[in-house]
Design a protein around this ligand. Structure first.
Ligand code: GLA
Length: 353
């Protein structure tokens, strides 16, 4: 889709255009909603939004993925993709904008349902565009928090803050270490001697929102039984306070994953790819056995990546399908990727950073 398509569909050129990249999480999975640590970076695929304001109270959307749809704002409910636009508009109005309706055209190269944050990219691109359109300046953090509110209040997904913070704050070639409780960030340049490959398993996320919400409730319950507000402050010794085997496993994942993110951050800073790779593999094992969010395809991809010479690999994003992220030596990355994709049916390379 181009400027030209916006114009031929809506009869005038867009007043603003904005973009946002997808993200891949290097490590720190299912820790964000527990107030823990994560370390994502951007992928090169991105989403573009073009917009103009409307005087009526309608939203007209044109998407390369969802086609064309229009509705009165009051009639847009959680199941519609127009709810993202409605959410962004309402939250901008809360900040003082006076928007009544919007024309929005969007086109994306970020695969949906792959665990690389196509939704967060849509939210942040919308907010960037609306900020420019209305002259209301928003900080990157404010945009991330508003993006998460769109998910919670207009889409019905009780996600953590990682995706929106990554998409709003990170830059290509840099990892963003994020403390999800304080929202403090640290930027770590990614060593050029390595390559980060994002490989799709060929199966998109299955039943993810119900299972995601189940995991969220389990971590809340576990923290409560241990006497903590969230699992962020839980220690391995606190596991003794739990009797339910599932809650023990979920908590063990979160506590150990937070430690691994800190180890991985130090390893990335020091350029120690072996140590970073090891933390990634341990993360995958924990997500598979304790958090139970992997799939046969993801497990196979991770094993194949390691046997082909990756420093490390793990599922990335919410799990239940989607992608793995693999850390590869730069000089043999192409051959390793080719072998993985050849040996794992349906797998395909999303990006190589
Ligand atoms: C999804 C959510 C994030 C995070 C990950 C798992 O991407 O949107 O907030 O919880 O899953 O780490």
């Amino acid at each position: 889709m181009s400027n030209h398509e916006f114009e031929s569909h809506f009869g005038h050129p867009p007043s603003v255009a904005s973009a946002a990249h997808g993200r891949v999480n290097l490590i720190g999975e299912h820790t964000d909603y527990c107030g823990g640590y994560v370390m994502p970076t951007l992928i090169s695929q991105r989403l573009i939004v073009e917009m103009s304001a409307r005087d009526d109270n309608r939203i007209h959307g044109l998407s390369s993925e969802f086609g064309s749809e229009d509705a009165a704002c009051d009639d847009i409910s959680q199941g519609s993709w127009l709810a993202f636009i409605k959410g962004a508009m309402m939250l901008m109005n809360e900040k003082g904008a006076k928007l009544t309706g919007l024309n929005v055209a969007t086109t994306s190269t970020i695969p949906a349902g792959a665990g690389v944050s196509s939704s967060a990219a849509f939210e942040i691109a919308l907010l960037r565009g609306l900020s420019e359109m209305t002259g209301l300046t928003l900080s990157r953090k404010e945009m991330a928090v508003m993006g998460q509110r769109i998910e919670h209040e207009f889409i019905g997904t009780k996600c953590g803050i990682m995706d929106q913070m990554a998409v709003a704050m990170a830059e290509m070639g840099q990892a963003l270490f994020l403390d999800c409780e304080t929202l403090d960030t640290q930027i770590i340049t990614i060593d050029e001697a390595c390559c980060i490959a994002v490989i799709h398993s060929g199966s998109s996320r299955k039943l993810s929102s119900s299972l995601y919400n189940e995991r969220l409730s389990e971590t809340i319950e576990a923290a409560k039984q241990m006497g903590h507000d969230s699992l962020r402050n839980a220690k391995f010794d606190d596991l003794d306070a739990l009797s339910d085997e599932t809650l023990i496993k979920r908590s063990r994942h979160v506590i150990s994953e937070n430690d691994r993110v800190k180890t991985a951050k130090a390893a990335l800073k020091a350029g120690d790819m072996m140590a970073l790779g090891l933390a990634m593999v341990e993360s995958h094992v924990s997500l598979r056995d304790d958090y139970e969010v992997s799939s046969d395809e993801l497990d196979q991809l991770v094993s194949e990546a390691i046997s082909q010479g990756a420093y490390g690999a793990r599922l990335t994003g919410a799990g239940f399908g989607g992608c793995i992220v693999a850390l590869l030596p730069e000089d043999s990355a192409d051959e390793i990727i080719e072998a993985i994709v050849q040996n794992c049916e349906n797998a395909w390379l999303v990006d190589c950073l």
